[in-house]
Design a protein around this ligand. Structure first.
Ligand SMILES: [Zn+2]
Length: 164
């Protein structure tokens, strides 16, 4: 029998480079640098998508959206997240809540959290108060502290949709 609840965890990190838009949680943040990657490199959204896939014990997003595939170049990561939510729902589960920690020395994340929660709740079709986002710095330690990149951790709780 399928368990009534499952959890998922995801982690992602991308390098900050010049000449790229800085997209986090589906929101473009004004900054001198942006995240490098094949898609829009939205590490917050990638960590969250991996958490959802992880809750179903599925392989990570690189499996469904391989960086070697030219058609995913520059893609909106909300599309990846929508795919991950569909994978959960097609297996008889729904999303209770998600919680994300983003670790960045710069840019300042806090002013954009409300907009990110709106975007993610729309993509996932869950209420904004079920989307937690917290931002912290790395206290100037290591590569993240040196503004070389941004990383994000995400967890989710899903429940069997025949239990409600
Ligand atoms: Zn990524």
């Amino acid at each position: 029998m399928l368990p009534p609840f499952r959890i998922g965890h995801g982690f992602d990190i991308h390098r900050l480079v010049e000449g790229r838009a800085c997209v986090l949680g589906g929101v473009t943040i004004p900054h001198s640098h942006g995240l490098d990657g094949h898609s829009d490199a939205d590490c917050l959204t990638h960590a969250l998508a991996d958490a959802l896939l992880g809750s179903m014990a599925l392989p990570d997003i690189g499996h469904a959206f391989p960086p070697s595939e030219p058609k995913w170049k520059g893609m909106d990561s909300q599309e990846i997240l929508r795919h991950a939510a569909h994978e959960v729902r097609s297996r008889g589960y729904d999303i209770a809540n998600v919680d994300i920690s983003i670790i960045a020395e710069a840019p300042k994340i806090a002013p954009h959290i409300s907009a990110m929660r709106t975007v993610l709740s729309n993509t996932l079709s869950i209420p904004p108060d079920c989307v937690g986002i917290k931002a912290t710095t790395n206290e100037k330690l290591g590569a993240i502290g040196n503004r070389e990149g941004i990383c994000a951790h995400a967890v989710c709780l899903v429940y069997r949709d025949d239990t409600v």
